[in-house]
Design a protein around this ligand. Sequence first.
Ligand SMILES: [Zn+2]
Length: 498
Amino acid sequence: MKRKFIKKTGFALLLFLTVLICGSIFVYADETKNEKIVYDFYEDGSGKDIISDEVNLNDKNNIAKDKNYYRYNSESNLYRSVNMKISQVGVDLIKEFEGCSLTAYKATSSEQYYTIGYGHYGADVSAGMKITQKQAEDMLKSDLVRFEKNVNDFLSQYSITINQNQFDALVSFTYNLGNIWKKYDTFDLKTYLINGVSKYSDEQVTAAFTRWNRAGGKVLEGLTRRRKAEASLFLHGNTDDCTCSESYAGYYVCTAASALNIRNGHGGSIIGTIPSGAEVYVSKADGHWAHITYKGIKGCASLKYLKKQKAKQVSAMSGVKLAGRAGDALRINWNTNKSASGYIIEQYKGGKWTRIARIANNNTKTYRVERLTCSTTYKFRIRGFNFEHNKPIYGSFSYVSGRTNPKVVTGLRIGGKAKDALRINWNKVNGASGYIVERYDNGRWIRIARIADVNTQTLRISKLKTNTTYKFRIRAFDFDGKTPLYGATVGITGRTQP
Ligand SMILES: [Zn+2]
């Protein structure tokens, strides 16, 4: 039946009846028959008046809350899962695999009856029987009613809601295998449907179809192909019948006042609803209809009530700098990144970047990298992370490098004494650039030597007074770029000879 929304004459009546029936069921009039039919209405073909897909979920009388979605339960016209009809897509699939013979034949000589038309098999087909193409089509049509009912009965028994593609696939499956739903208590496909197919992977569902590829104990290639085609239709639907563009892909929010219908195609029958404010993923759309996934239900919804969300982004880090150093540690600071929920810090080690910290708090603004080696330059990078729909997203890396301080000088000793001089010796500090030597004089430390050669391990301090005690201290120095770095000081006292 062609449903058409009467915009002029029907509007007052529509409004009246809409109020009368609590707003969730809308009125349609079939112009050709001049009948008043209670129906949900949908986009009228112009692509503009997609106003009816808003449903009122607060209306408890008309809608029952299901496990995963809402479903009409008071209006049989809308309760499609129990009374679905195969679509042309399904019929075409059956025709393709059954083939058509206008003369009766036996597929294998062991078969009891003859086959004719699109795989019509039974006692009513006799040897030598001939039919017209029209008769073949009619036979298929009347056979399909029986197989549709087999599938509908099964779906009703377990309150299973599936979309049109899935129904088409199951009718094709049943057309080939008979009323398998009643014949067997359990088999994978039946189990998956009862438990909810969204709980199973595409591979599992495909395998549940393709295991039914034998006839007389032998695997038939044609049956395998058919099962794969059915599985594909079941899982992904027919993607050739619309020209929707993936440029619409992304996450959207439902803006309907209460809820938005999910349909099994562009303007198809209702298979679920999306509550207001819920988030859905749109894979493609044509400007009027969007292909959505919501809580495991795949279908189409009016794009008019879906608002695209800006993709979340993590901005680049700012204020990343080396904020402190020691011989065995470096401290990195950064500014709070509000677009991040935390930070990842990596260190360049052995030719690759290695994660050294994941900080799950965006208020933390500092990190001390410990257990480092003295006088060594380290490279680090940091980026913010966050999550969008449980998927981690990252900002770009900011880089910082830093060199640890030189090691403390060891082995400091008085290496020689004279009346006017003292010699100090020490061990080499690997990695440093040189040494600073200071003498304590009149209450303060005075630099007496800067030795810019790391291999020098001795210094003679002359022009000293006889028989006097002197205090010295020494530390290694180094550079990080132009920044001078110093090791900790170590001191010694010595007395000149009398
Ligand atoms: Zn489409």
